[in-house]
Write a protein that binds this ligand. Structure first.
Ligand SMILES: *[C@@H]1O[C@H](CO)[C@@H](O)[C@H](O)[C@H]1NC(C)=O
Ligand SMILES: *[C@@H]1O[C@H](CO)[C@@H](O)[C@H](O)[C@H]1NC(C)=O
Length: 312
């Protein structure tokens, strides 16, 4: 798409002004066409267009990360001269230090969308999909001191298998709601707490309604749960609840309604810093179960990736 503008560049220039005008006009036409195309594709929600837009746009201007060999330099120069048509700096690769990766012991099972929590030298890895049709119902432990996996134990059978809310106080791991079962089944409202010292599980009061991948954090002695998706996995939930907890026990029998989150949706990062509760990034929308499918077969819905930070 950007090529015509480049091709029309130098060669016998009749007049500088005319050339500049032509380039501006072509750029304008391309921009308008691009905008119309983008808005028409994203306005058909059932098409898989949403994802296609992102991937094709990101693929197009991908620049080589390594230093460019001199033979390729001329081409790159032309590309740079396109200016505004080039990739927006927000989405470009950042220069990063060369990090050395080291391979660790292979995990006991493959996992997608489970959850993990580190306490001292141990990493507790929970649940997750093994395949789209199979979910795990156990915990594996990785020991950072000797780099080995060991100490597998079961989860309560009513506990969600993916897209869980999870947080720890350093001993107790609170496990909130999440998707129950494989494919695109909906979430459960059930909540649990694990005492990592004894490996015992206990119940916590259920959420008022189930949530899918909510932001979860401990703040001022209360367990906070915000956002996530509603039961269909797709529609953002704005509700925010909290529960007083201490040493793995609920001090109240019901969740308290709190101020809703401005933008809901699954997969947000959530931290406490300087006594503020921060919710960072995340998604809006997700795959849903095909209507009437007995196995809740996943079908793609357009997702939006957010770059929003929210705080209380
Ligand atoms: C890049 O894109 C972001 C998000 O659309 C926008 O806010 C920003 O102003 C753009 N930056 C430039 C330099 O165009
Ligand atoms: C982790 O590994 C260290 C070093 O081998 C060992 O001393 C410790 O007992 C292990 N912890 C657990 C919980 O297995």
């Amino acid at each position: 798409m950007a090529r015509p503008a480049t091709a029309a560049a130098p060669k016998a220039p009749p007049s500088k002004h005319l050339m500049a005008l032509a380039v501006v006009a072509i750029l304008g036409i391309v921009l308008v066409a691009d905008f119309l195309w983008a808005s028409s594709s994203s306005s058909s929600p059932s098409s898989p267009g949403g994802a296609a837009i992102w991937s094709s746009r990101l693929d197009l201007p991908a620049r080589p990360a390594a230093p460019v060999p001199s033979s390729a330099k001329k081409k790159t120069k032309e590309k740079v001269s396109i200016g505004s048509m080039d990739i927006n700096a927000t989405f470009a690769d950042l220069p990063a230090p060369e990090l050395e990766w080291e391979e660790m012991a292979e995990a006991p099972v493959p996992r997608l969308d489970g959850a993990a929590m580190q306490i001292k030298n141990l990493l507790y890895v929970f649940a997750g999909y093994g395949t789209i049709n199979h979910v795990h119902s156990h915990v594996d432990i990785y020991n950072f001191s000797d780099n080995t996996w060991g100490g597998r134990f079961d989860m309560p059978k009513e506990m969600a298998h993916s897209h869980l809310g999870m947080v720890t106080d350093g001993r107790y791991i609170y496990v909130v709601t999440g998707q129950y079962g494989p494919q695109c089944r909906g979430p459960t409202a059930r909540n649990f707490v694990l005492d990592t010292a004894t490996k015992e599980w206990h119940d916590l009061p259920p959420l008022p309604v189930p949530r899918y991948a909510p932001a979860t954090q401990l703040w001022r002695s209360r367990l906070h749960v915000m956002g996530g998706s509603k039961e269909d996995r797709h529609e953002p939930g704005l509700e925010h609840w909290s529960l007083a907890v201490k040493d793995g026990k609920a001090l109240e029998s019901e969740w308290r309604s709190e101020i809703p989150i401005p933008r809901g949706g699954p997969h947000r990062a959530c931290v406490v810093a300087n006594d503020k509760l921060l919710v960072i990034g995340g998604q809006e929308g997700d795959f849903m179960a095909k209507p009437g499918s007995p196995i809740f077969k996943c079908v793609r819905r357009s997702e939006v990736c957010g770059y929003v930070a929210q705080s209380l």
